[in-house]
Design a protein around this ligand. Structure first.
Ligand SMILES: [Zn+2]
Length: 86
């Protein structure tokens, strides 16, 4: 039993092209994902305070905890601040 290379699976032109020619076939698309903390007194989807410190899990509500049936309400100041950021 012998194994022969399958010519149809080889990139015939890529092996001959220079690196620049290969790179010219691609377009660089760069995206940025930015995480910021807006200057709001409450969380984004509920009225819980966002103060730091204190005991764990005291500033929570059904919305924060993702309990079924809880209805989030968007923080208008956060939306306004995000729009101002652009
Ligand atoms: Zn909450």
């Amino acid at each position: 039993m012998s194994v022969t290379p399958d010519a149809s699976r080889q990139p015939a032109t890529a092996a001959r092209d220079s690196g620049v020619e290969q790179a010219s076939r691609f377009e660089a698309v760069i995206g940025l994902e930015v995480h910021v903390e807006l200057n709001t007194a409450t969380k984004m989807f509920c009225g819980c305070a966002i103060d730091f410190g204190g005991a764990p899990n005291v500033r929570t509500c059904p919305v924060c905890l993702g309990q079924p049936g809880s209805l989030p309400m968007i923080n208008a100041k956060a939306v306004e601040s995000a729009i101002r950021l652009g």
